[in-house]
Ligand binder design. Structure first.
Ligand SMILES: O=C(COP(=O)(O)O)[C@H](O)[C@H](O)COP(=O)(O)O
Length: 314
């Protein structure tokens, strides 16, 4: 029997943010599809399609979820048995992509961090933290300023992780970024999505930090695996910004006043504010986003026609 309960439970974990952060969500979706595929005995295409839809309708902004599902769903085979084996193989391949990319980004990004620097980070990006931790492990004497990242306080996860590594870390409220920017040598953040024009979609508040960094001439570095680049934006689609429950922001007492409360989870940082995007295949300017979408993900504009041919990870 196809285990849809497993898929529903995974979807719930993504929605309630028990599993969060773009790369963890992507990895978890691939793992879930892999485990689900093992339980399918017949009508493989139909069952996998249903499971994919359930996972897809969890959080709308991070393209990594789409890319993960899409990667697994490009399985091939003459019959259900072959399709199942290929889907499982592709899921495992995607999971390896997630793990190896983070390591490589850590190594590449760490080269850009100088001894003695103070780095500001926002939210909780496992990829941005990999860069910071790699630099620290190389013996660089660095400090981190981490924003608390309201309303979900992912900054608390960040400071726990950094303190666990022994990295000197200061926690600040989100609105104190400009106050502290004079002490910052580099901003390093993660990504939920990179669009074809090189814009970054990341945790709400990222664009204000980028603006502030630009004002102070502080370099702004984004850490993004290539599966965080969005092919759909090449075809003219806009990235949907998730708007979460008002109760995450305001208590009942305020909500009862009938006041409108808005809670967008992400915002857009235009490419002009980004100095560098560190991917697992190199540190690139945001202007190279189309090249990544074409060469790495296999979606391109060919002879005036839209051509879709998603590639295998190597
Ligand atoms: O904005 C967030 C998390 O938002 P949320 O907590 O709402 O999921 C992170 O910066 C990116 O997802 C990148 O994370 P990673 O580098 O770990 O993929």
């Amino acid at each position: 029997m196809p285990n849809f309960k497993l898929v529903e439970e995974s979807a719930k974990k993504i929605i309630n943010m028990e599993v969060r952060g773009a790369s963890r969500i992507a990895r978890f979706a691939a793992e879930t599809l892999k485990e689900f595929a093992k339980t399918v005995e017949k009508d493989f295409d139909e069952n996998m399609r249903k499971a994919s839809e359930i996972l897809m309708n969890t959080r709308p902004t991070a393209v990594s979820l789409f890319n993960a599902i899409n990667y697994v769903m490009m399985y091939k085979g003459e019959n259900d048995e072959e399709k199942k084996a290929d889907a499982i193989r592709r899921a495992e391949e995607f999971i390896r992509w997630v793990d190896t990319a983070k390591q490589k980004i850590g190594e590449i990004g760490a080269k850009r961090i100088k001894d003695g620097w103070t780095i500001l980070t926002h939210c909780n990006s496992s990829t941005a933290l990999m860069v910071i931790k790699t630099a620290f492990r190389q013996g660089k004497n660095i400090e981190v300023i981490a924003t608390e990242s309201r309303p979900r306080y992912q900054g608390h996860l960040t400071v726990k992780e950094l303190a666990g590594e022994g990295i000197p870390t200061t926690l600040i409220v989100d609105s104190a970024v400009r106050y502290f920017m004079k002490d910052v040598d580099c901003v390093i953040v993660g990504a939920d999505t990179i669009t074809v024009n090189g814009a970054l979609i990341n945790k709400i508040g990222t664009s204000q930090i980028a603006l502030c960094a630009r004002e102070s001439r502080v370099p702004f570095m984004v850490c993004a695996e290539t599966y965080k680049f969005s092919p759909a934006t090449l075809f003219g689609e806009l990235v949907v910004i998730e708007e979460r429950d008002a109760r995450e922001v305001a208590p009942e007492e305020i909500l009862n006043l009938g006041v409108k409360v808005r809670n967008p989870a992400f915002d857009v940082t235009p490419r002009e504010y980004i100095d560098l995007i560190v991917t697992e295949i190199g540190a690139i300017p945001p202007e190279m986003a189309y090249v990544i979408i074409r060469e790495r993900l296999g979606y391109g504009l060919e002879m005036g026609e839209l051509k879709v041919s998603a590639k295998h990870f190597d």
